[in-house]
Design a protein around this ligand. Structure first.
Ligand code: HGY
Ligand code: MN
Ligand code: MN
Ligand code: MN
Length: 418
């Protein structure tokens, strides 16, 4: 295995890009689909295969591996001062359906590369360092998103989380037990000196500004709503068009109106990604439709107003179409602003490495949102080519990943010596 020490121009410690990219490539094969993307939903057998591979890598790197009662995985490297609070680095390894190879993966495997580099150098830090892989960050199979970090860090109640079901009706707790990764509550992270998450930007800003590093200022708030539309089933062939109570025609009008509204409000994002039609057959007028609404905006007060505006749109459209509707807020998270201290360390270490950095807020949500409730937290972004993410075209160059990992190395080293 690689033992060559990689050095900066003045002999400073650097990560081993070849080793890191080979590790990422190995992860890309786990849950790979025929058209080159990843299908590794939380707690599926692909996720379990990835977790087992991660345990092997962590143990080979000499880390002590533990798992908590939400399946969050931790790899701990002791410090010379074991009673000091750890520096935590990591992200998530679950993906969206047909997702990209880098979302979450870059954060976990660059954290592993940081430890491997410390091992190559034979250096011990005063503080322990913990690598984390959070369960179900994506919220693709089980809601809510950021489920593992939300549960373990006390934001969400265990009952609410354990009782969520996937589209096939499998409960989260059942999948967790069957995965073999239901650990102990006592293994949850109770505190940290700092948390740093390296992640792809998943948007176009860094590429447009030609910057290789993002010093993330925080994460915009978001809400997951659910709309249920109730009309009346009837025969497709014998029911006149006028007077139908067609739940699908009504919800289609609602979805279009919501999108038009979002276009008219600056920085507002509304996405309808999931829809269920009942009875979902060609010759019955749909009687019921349920659809998801992912709504995001950085202003917390604004989001409250947006929900009222959404309700008005649904009410007007339902009246015009002779249907009823309900609107539920299933999950919401306020905007978080990251720690000045960690942001400054990231910015200073980026300039020391002469990496061109920019400041930005994150449009996507991350486990760092929940970690910022318990410790000084920051994020490092690396550019997404074309701003693409949550699909197979998601791509970040090896050079940019190397820079992100080198920055994570230096930030971790500095925080672990505090
Ligand atoms: O939805 C999100 O922002 C994250 O990528 N799960
Ligand atoms: Mn992610
Ligand atoms: Mn994602
Ligand atoms: Mn995330």
């Amino acid at each position: 295995m690689h033992s060559a020490k990689h050095k900066g121009v003045n002999g400073e410690m650097r990560i081993n890009q070849t080793r890191l990219m080979e590790t990422i490539e190995t992860s890309s094969k786990i849950g790979a689909t025929t058209n080159g993307d990843l299908h590794r939903l939380a707690l599926t057998h692909e996720d379990v295969e990835m977790r087992t591979q991660l345990v092997h890598w962590l143990e080979t790197a000499g880390l002590d591996v533990t798992v908590d009662d939400f399946g969050n995985m931790y790899g701990k490297r002791e410090g010379t001062n074991p009673e000091l609070a750890p520096v935590v680095i990591g992200s998530h390894l679950d993906t969206q359906p047909y997702g990209g190879k880098y979302d979450g993966v870059v954060g976990v495997l660059s954290a592993l590369e940081v430890i491997r580099t410390f091992n190559d150098e034979g250096v011990k830090m005063p503080r322990p360092i913990v690598i984390v892989n959070f369960t179900n960050e994506e919220g693709a199979r089980f809601a809510p998103p950021l489920q593992g970090s939300g549960g373990a860090l006390g934001e969400l109640s265990k009952t609410d989380i354990y009782d969520t079901e996937d589209q096939e009706g499998t409960r989260f707790e059942t999948a967790l037990v069957e995965s073999g990764y239901q650990g102990k509550e006592s293994e949850r992270l109770t505190g940290a000196h700092a948390f740093v998450e390296l992640h792809i930007e998943q948007g176009p800003v860094l590429e447009q500004k030609q910057k290789c590093i993002g010093v993330v200022q925080g994460i915009q708030g978001m809400a997951w709503l659910q709309v249920h539309v109730k009309g009346e089933a009837d025969h497709a062939g014998s029911t006149p068009m006028s007077g139908r109570k067609d739940a699908l025609v009504a919800s289609s009008a609602m979805i279009t109106a919501l999108s038009r509204y979002a276009e008219s409000v600056e920085d507002l994002h509304i996405t309808v990604g999931r829809q269920h039609v009942h009875p979902n057959v060609p010759n019955v007028i749909p009687s019921e439709v349920t659809f998801s609404v992912d709504m995001r905006h950085h202003d917390d007060h604004m989001r409250t107003g947006v929900i009222m505006a959404i309700r008005k749109i649904l009410s007007d459209t339902s009246k015009r179409n002779g249907v009823e509707y309900t609107l539920d807020t299933n999950w919401h998270g306020d905007t978080v602003h990251f720690s000045e201290k960690v942001k400054n360390v990231i910015a200073e270490e980026a300039s020391a490495l002469q990496y061109d950095a920019d400041q930005l807020y994150s449009g996507a949500s991350h486990d760092a949102k929940h970690m910022s409730q318990i410790t000084d937290t920051g994020m490092i972004f690396v550019p997404s080519v074309g701003g693409k993410s949550h699909q197979e075209a998601e791509y970040t160059s090896a050079e940019d990943i190397e820079k992100g990992a080198n920055l994570l190395l230096n930030v971790t080293k500095r925080l672990a010596k505090e």
